[in-house]
Design a binder for this molecule. Sequence first.
Ligand SMILES: CCCCCCCCCCCCCC(=O)CSCCNC(=O)CCNC(=O)[C@H](O)C(C)(C)COP(=O)(O)OP(=O)(O)OC[C@H]1O[C@@H](n2cnc3c(N)ncnc32)[C@H](O)[C@@H]1OP(=O)(O)O
Ligand SMILES: CCOC(=O)c1cnc2ccc(OC)cc2c1SCCC#N
Length: 401
Amino acid sequence: KKHSFWESQPVKQFSEEQNSETVEEGPVQVNQDAKGVRETGYALPGGYEWCDCDISSAEGAEEVYTLLSENYVEDDDNMFRFNYSSHFLSWALQPPGFKPFWHVGVRVIKSKKLVAFISAIPAKIRVGKNSPKGKDGVSMVEINFLCVHKKLRTKRLAPVLIREITRRVNLFDIWQASYTAGVIIPTPLATCRYFHRSLNPKKLIEVGFSKLGKRMTLSRTIKLHKLPQKTSTPGLRRMSKEDAPQVLELLNAYLAQFDLACLFQSVDEVEHWFLPRENVIYTYVVDAGEGKDGKRKITDIMSFYSLPSTIIGNEHHKELRAAFSYYNIANTASLKSLMEDALICARDENFDVFNALDIMQNAEFMKDLKFGIGDGHLQYYLYNWKVKKALTPQQVGLVLL
Ligand SMILES: CCCCCCCCCCCCCC(=O)CSCCNC(=O)CCNC(=O)[C@H](O)C(C)(C)COP(=O)(O)OP(=O)(O)OC[C@H]1O[C@@H](n2cnc3c(N)ncnc32)[C@H](O)[C@@H]1OP(=O)(O)O
Ligand SMILES: CCOC(=O)c1cnc2ccc(OC)cc2c1SCCC#N
């Protein structure tokens, strides 16, 4: 079997036809019951043990940081390796409703060294704008940061980690998950592309990521990518706590148009996911001034997160500072001018590059704002949920970190 693990899982198989009217949208396995779930962890190879990683402590977050910093995702040319910061991991893994029981680690029993990790966080995900089942959102988990130490690869440890996190989630009567990956496994819900907007072309050229265009000098390339000194959207400012109720409303109204999106369920959730955190999440709102009720009127939102990467084996540059587009809603300004302001804010925060997927309405501004297409794809997946038809990137309204 080509995918011996994934062919055993409740996911749409490659062999199953697409777009058929007969495909019933919804769970692949039904009527499951938390009482029937294994109460003990899956067997690990001798000498290894399960642990719950305590991300709330500096040491615990640092331990996961180190494992990922040395062993997480690299691009196909091994030029970069994602280097999520420990503060970022602390943010990404501790939203309202998080469980340390879902921050699953594998340790060497003798040395206690952390050698593998996988995580789940709770989320209400809506699949299909009008699908009867998905309308109010399905209680799922988002799976992320699956990592096996380089020295323990290709020993089929990943399926054990995936079965274990599935078990731990099922114990809480949750039967669906969403996840993204660069690899193609049964069966992508949507296939998206990365786009990159250079903010520091000199560094990207020195690193070997970007090449000088034909008949282009370095100074010409720098000039071509130069951005205005100031942002242009009137009323643009950093988000503050008081804005959260309006941001909640803006988000859920905006995301209703997409066939895959999360439902933000509380002001607490919006405060967690959007209030600015240095070197982690940057969120700006357009404050259109005082309304009749004496309150600020928030009309637009723009946000990006910080995900640096180790530059592998370059003697001049150690780290790439990359900003990743998060959620952006343009009501007063055009999306293009709001995103040009995003580039300007990211430049002012000293990022080298601004990355965005071709999801939501992002394809509308890529050309004019001088984004280049990347060579990587990002596949979106659902676990134990079948859809009639795969989604186009424009129908995706979900950003996983
Ligand atoms: C109801 C709740 C449900 C919760 C669970 C939902 C599902 C969540 C699923 C997880 C979502 C994670 C999302 C996420 O974190 C974001 S994607 C980032 C994944 N992490 C990395 O790429 C880090 C660097 N690589 C590694 O650490 C290892 O190569 C990993 C651990 C990736 C695989 O370790 P390995 O030593 O290289 O390989 P074996 O142990 O020998 O295992 C080989 C099997 O693993 C399958 N595989 C490989 N990469 C995968 C990937 N990225 N997703 C899913 N499956 C993946 C592969 O197809 C094969 O199965 P097959 O034979 O059937 O083809
Ligand atoms: C300069 C543009 O490329 C990246 O920002 C970048 C950085 N680090 C990575 C680490 C692992 C990696 O593995 C797929 C890719 C990158 C990429 S390109 C795809 C992500 C985006 N945008």
